[in-house]
Design a protein around this ligand. Sequence first.
Ligand SMILES: Nc1ncnc2c1ncn2[C@@H]1O[C@H](COP(=O)(O)OP(=O)(O)O)[C@@H](O)[C@H]1O
Ligand SMILES: [Mg+2]
Length: 221
Amino acid sequence: MIELDGVSHTYRIGEQRTSAIREVDFRVDQGEIVSIVGPSGSGKSTLLNVMGCLLTPDSGAVRIMGKDMSRLSDAAKAEIRRLHIGFIFQSFNLIPVLNAFENIEYPLIIGGAAAGERKRRVGAILERVGLAQHQHKRPDQLSGGQKQRVAIARALITNPGFVLADEPTANLDSHTATEILALMSELNRELKTALIFSTHDPKVSAFAHKQVRIEDGTLVA
Ligand SMILES: Nc1ncnc2c1ncn2[C@@H]1O[C@H](COP(=O)(O)OP(=O)(O)O)[C@@H](O)[C@H]1O
Ligand SMILES: [Mg+2]
């Protein structure tokens, strides 16, 4: 599970301070789908980045699988991230010079999987997300929905316990957005991967088992 206990974070740029999240208590269990809903600037990305150990909060505790992240070195945190967490972003963040197959394969190369195993696993997930015929295309040859399918496959290829998705449907039309969320929730059921996503769209928020609302950096009931 991922647990946040009284977590706060303030950005400092020169003299300017922005209190982005304040005293956040939050918990996601294995297999859950949780949506974080709130207007632009309310702290959704900060919260997800803290949960995924991409950002170290000023105060409070972040525990992943029971381990207190503040006690770990950067290398140890990177290892926890690699083993347990997948990320999906609003702007897809695919590597432009790699094709769909290679983008999905990349985390397996980092993790040291052998070539035969990589080929088998990437082939299976390409099939599952409906992109087998497009595997040789680069991101600029794919539609927005297809790019997000590549990103979903890349996030899931290592079998993480948790996938964090920051406004994964914000750059998609509403029909494609619904398709993408439906695919993510099917994969959640099949693989038991917990999914935490942020959105400001009430339609996609309906896919969640649990919804939390954030306003001005604070979770509201
Ligand atoms: N890297 C940053 N440096 C300074 N301020 C930031 C940074 N990222 C976000 N903020 C500020 O923190 C607040 C929360 O932002 P964010 O977490 O991105 O909200 P959301 O994802 O809900 O739009 C906003 O006021 C935003 O301007
Ligand atoms: Mg954001």
